[in-house]
Design a protein. Structure first.
Length: 255
């Protein structure tokens, strides 16, 4: 059975993925933003391989999360599930701007660099990534007028490009991006039209299966079907420019 780390596993898609994998007999390492949020895992933690705690909006705490994961052993797979669309009461502030970039893009980048390299990496993107074309020099929105929807779309373009860049640079690792659909989670809202059950199946399948289709790295997936991502996501020039920008922002080089 595989040892799998899932970020943002206290609720929504991350929790659903954790429940499914634990039910299949896999060893799952859970993640909560804080000790208070970890209390939501009381029903899952006795059957889990561990629980790590840290706010992925903080570079310091993201480093701590990576250290906690590494202390539990080399993962077979990591599912980068954690993400935010807006920050309650702070979305229009500089801190709110920074949180979306930090959680959705910088944290997956940092964890990819810091967590001992697994056999499989799965990054949650979004169909909204196709509307995320923007200037990489202003990835942190210091020059433009803030647009939360555009910022979210950009962050999901960046994480898709990260997944495909990893596939290109680390051929020994199976790396994929997943669009889980617009599902009725706290972030997606109750009226979201997609299927919550389908929303987590692709990432759990990619983390554990030996299906020939899933064993070809560099895929962008929606409901277990490989699709074409935005042109930028699969463009090596864009990927490398993004990696350079993320290295400058985090102080760590991935490739």
């Amino acid at each position: 059975m595989a040892l799998i780390f899932i970020t943002g596993s206290t609720e929504g898609l991350g929790r659903a993925a954790a429940q499914a994998l634990i039910g299949q007999g896999h060893r799952v390492v859970l993640h909560a933003r804080s000790a208070q949020r970890a209390s939501a895992l009381v029903d899952l933690s006795p059957r889990a391989a561990g629980v790590v705690v840290g706010d992925l909006g903080s570079a310091t705490e993201t480093r701590s999360v990576a250290a906690q994961v590494n202390a539990l052993g080399r993962m077979d797979a990591v599912i980068h599930n954690a993400g935010i669309y807006a920050v309650k009461d702070r979305s229009a502030t500089p801190e709110g701007h920074a949180a979306i970039l930090a959680v959705n893009t910088l944290a997956p980048y940092m964890l990819t660099a810091l967590v001992e390299r697994p056999q499989r990496l799965i990054y949650l993107s979004s169909g909204m990534h196709r509307g995320g074309t923007g200037p990489l020099h202003d990835i942190d929105w210091t020059e433009r007028r803030w647009d939360a929807t555009r910022a979210y779309s950009e962050s999901k373009l960046y994480v898709a490009a990260l997944a495909l860049a990893v596939a290109r640079h680390w051929p020994e690792v199976l790396s994929h991006a997943v669009d889980p659909g617009w599902v009725p989670t706290r972030m997606g809202g109750r009226g979201a039209p997609d299927d919550l059950e389908e929303g987590h199946r692709t990432q759990t399948w990619l983390a554990t299966c030996n299906d020939p289709a899933a064993m070809v790295s560099g895929g962008y997936w929606y409901h277990r079907e490989r699709q074409a991502p935005a042109t930028e996501a699969s463009d090596p020039v864009f990927q490398d420019a993004l990696m350079t920008r993320l290295a400058a922002l985090t102080g760590m080089t991935l490739f």
